[in-house]
Design a protein around this ligand. Sequence first.
Ligand SMILES: Cc1cc2nc3c(=O)[nH]c(=O)nc-3n(C[C@H](O)[C@H](O)[C@H](O)COP(=O)(O)OP(=O)(O)OC[C@H]3O[C@@H](n4cnc5c(N)ncnc54)[C@H](O)[C@@H]3O)c2cc1C
Length: 416
Amino acid sequence: MATKNIKQTSHLNNIAIIGAGASGLYCAILLAKSDFNVTVYEKNTKIGRKILATGNGRCNISNTDISSDCYHSINPDFTKYILDKFSYPTFKKEFEKIGFSFIEQPNGKVFPSSAQSSSVVKLLEYEAKELGIRFILDTNITNIDFEQNYFNIYYNNQKQPYDKVIISTGSYAMPKLGSSNSGYKFAQNFGHNIIEPFASLVQLETYDNTKSLSGVKINSTAQVFIDKELTTQKNGDILFTDYGISGNAILDISRDIAYALQYQQKVIVQIDILPHLSKDKLLNLLQYRLKTANNKDRYLWLESLFHTKLIKYIVDKTIDKRKKLAKDLSKKDIMSLVYNLKNFQLNIEKTKGFNTAEVVAGGVDTYEIDNKSMQSKLQKNLYFTGEVVDVDGDCGGYNLHWAFATAYICATSITK
Ligand SMILES: Cc1cc2nc3c(=O)[nH]c(=O)nc-3n(C[C@H](O)[C@H](O)[C@H](O)COP(=O)(O)OP(=O)(O)OC[C@H]3O[C@@H](n4cnc5c(N)ncnc54)[C@H](O)[C@@H]3O)c2cc1C
């Protein structure tokens, strides 16, 4: 990448950023705009690799409804100042200056108008090139330490001195995209506590065998019961897979579930297979269909009401195998069928883990970071941005917004 000569205006302007993801890139751009001499280290051969994968390639970049309620941390007060300073209107204004155009969906999700995550990387990359930011790609930083008045960055048997270091290494969600736990290790070297990381916005594996349902997608509400108590519910797409369940509604409930599973709690996800029909309406409808079923078999009389694969699964789960025809079914069978359709339950064994998670909850303890600057309270001139800190957002553009917001707070505190 081209390098423009930037004057080093003071010895404290020599800054290393570890990680060219969403937060590292944006932070570098803001600092370079104020003539700081920035070097960005990235272990991948290209910048912004995870951004490309976001929103199924469409990049759900922010949300019109940004508030602390959409974020999780053991320190819930940490996010407010940051999100007030970098609200959605501020994000929009700042990114429009870089050339972005957005589409705001009625549900609040914001995408680039192109609906292409590649546009996001292209525009940030162009801006970085124009500003002459120095990128050292294909380079894994293995250690950071502090000696007298400066930091050493270690890689490929070399070390480089810097006045300030910004750790923007993300979490280890989806390691195939470059994610690593090195940010946590660097933080620990400086005495930071790490809140135990766990996978969030992640698919769920069930004890129940769902192989025969693989590929079925419905739009409904997924309710979470933890130790028999209803704790949360989300509406959206639910996709059955050969390992369990996925889809927007499932990613939305996965954080609470992952947390509960850590403590060996019993988790059940309950799904209403026919949400558009009340219990009574469904009962009446099934009774009517049964009357006109003639010689249809135990599955065919339900055909077209819901997915064929679900018909077989639920009928076999509910009704005695010896009852081969619809006309063999009793009133009690129909009542059980209604119950299982309205309260379809899956027992959750575990999440799919870090390899497929979109986000990791936990990270660098926010009680040890100043939220007005993202500077470490334990080591002067050491900063953290993005997902490496113990803050994770809901599904809906909140995590990228967080990456950009923390980059903004960090850069504006350094440049003022
Ligand atoms: C499949 C998927 C889809 C997603 N979709 C969305 C979405 O639509 N909307 C949303 O808001 N969020 C989404 N997210 C989450 C979002 O992408 C992240 O929260 C966000 O990218 C975090 O930004 P970051 O800068 O903290 O880390 P990252 O973007 O992960 O960047 C960290 C960078 O640091 C580099 N790095 C790590 N360790 C080292 C090291 N030791 N040396 C050098 N470089 C290193 C990594 O290679 C990486 O490039 C998605 C995540 C995934 C995995």
